[in-house]
Design a protein around this ligand. Structure first.
Ligand code: FE2
Ligand code: FE2
Length: 186
């Protein structure tokens, strides 16, 4: 995702999060396309595994940036437990759970074969994840980020940007550590 130090200095937090959203939308479209070709397991294997790995690990850094860096500053203007922030947090929980089910379904499809039930489970949880995440992204782009831009001071924007840098660096360090990734998909 777009997290280089140089980029962070030039772009606002909402611009960076929107870039993440654009990247994710592309991956969701690829995932949706694969769901129409699950019969051809050998053909879709590499791309499906790559996308599953992204949504199992790197993707969640984006949620951590929102929850640990952006929302705490926005909470100075909006209540945490209701309104847009409360809705976004609830949707994060639901998306994490749906992704857990999707990851389980994909693992079974590769470990045990592509019978109709396993393909159906991937489509069930996969489509739920895709539609919910698209809807979530639309809400953030059109409501939450507008509120962010309207309310946060320059100092707060700097605080959020520094938070993003720290979260991205911690994620990279975890990936490079002997045990490898993982980040907070839970
Ligand atoms: Fe979010
Ligand atoms: Fe987001």
């Amino acid at each position: 995702m777009a997290t280089t130090k140089n980029t962070l200095q030039l772009k606002t937090p909402t611009q960076l999060l929107k870039e993440d959203h654009d990247e994710v939308q592309g991956k969701l479209s690829r995932l949706e396309d694969i769901f129409g070709h699950l019969d051809r397991q050998a053909e879709v294997a590499a791309e499906l595994k790559e996308l599953a790995a992204f949504f199992e690990t790197d993707f969640w850094v984006h949620f951590t940036k929102e929850e640990d860096a952006l929302f705490p500053e926005l909470e100075k203007y909006l209540p945490k437990d209701q309104g847009p922030i409360g809705v976004m947090l609830e949707e994060h929980v639901e998306l994490r759970e749906t992704n857990r089910q999707l990851q389980k379904a994909i693992s079974a499809y590769f470990a045990l074969g592509n019978n109709p039930e396993r393909k159906e489970l991937i489509r069930k949880y996969g489509n739920r994840f895709i539609y919910a995440l698209r809807d979530h992204i639309d809400k953030e782009n059109s409501v939450l980020f507008e509120l962010t831009e309207a309310n946060l001071t320059k100092k707060q924007v700097e605080t959020v940007s520094k938070g993003f840098e720290k979260i991205a660096a911690e994620h990279q360090a975890r990936k490079a550590s002997p045990g490898g990734c993982c980040c907070s998909s839970s």
